[in-house]
Ligand binder design. Structure first.
Ligand SMILES: [Ca+2]
Length: 165
């Protein structure tokens, strides 16, 4: 009985055990926004949480594939980073893509216990034509509530693109 009590107290102080008991993954990302330029893409999403939409997830992964995406392993890892707080928008941009090339893209979130969100929205987008100079970047995230992106040309910014709802 004494031994059981000691073990119980040790476990009360053992955060790893608390993490191991977390079996609830982040909710899938269903707010994905993707815009493209000639060789660039902007990927933006609203973060879910650690458990569904509660708490904060730990990590995001952007994954991309030339063929249909059915799960994490079926697409190439483009980038990963710290997940934003639940409800916040994260915007990431990428360059060096091939022009006029369609692809599928999606985002997964992982909690600190290693639970991955299931497949959410997958978008199919082409990069812009090879004869254009239009590119896209994440724009002004701190001053807008959405993952707005700016479509630019070599000469000057031309048009502010707000991802559709
Ligand atoms: Ca969780």
């Amino acid at each position: 009985m004494v031994r059981a009590s000691v073990l119980f107290l040790i476990c009360m102080l053992c955060p790893a055990l608390a993490i191991a008991q977390d079996t609830t993954p982040p909710s899938p990302i269903t707010t994905l926004e993707v815009t493209t330029g000639k060789s660039t893409m902007v990927v933006a999403w609203q973060n879910t949480g650690d458990d569904g939409t509660t708490g904060n997830a730990e990590l995001y992964e952007v994954r991309r594939s030339s063929s249909s995406i059915t799960d994490r392993e079926s697409a190439d890892l483009v980038a990963s980073g710290s997940a934003g707080s639940t409800g916040s928008w994260t915007c990431t941009d990428y360059s060096s893509l091939s022009c006029s090339s369609p692809f599928y893209v999606t985002v997964f979130l992982r909690d600190e216990a290693g639970n991955w969100s299931s497949l959410g929205t997958v978008l199919y987008r082409p990069t812009q034509g090879c004869n254009t100079s239009e590119e896209v970047i994440c724009f002004n995230l701190l001053r807008t509530p959405r993952g707005a992106s700016e479509r630019t040309s070599k000469a000057e910014p031309t048009e502010l693109i707000w991802p559709s709802a």
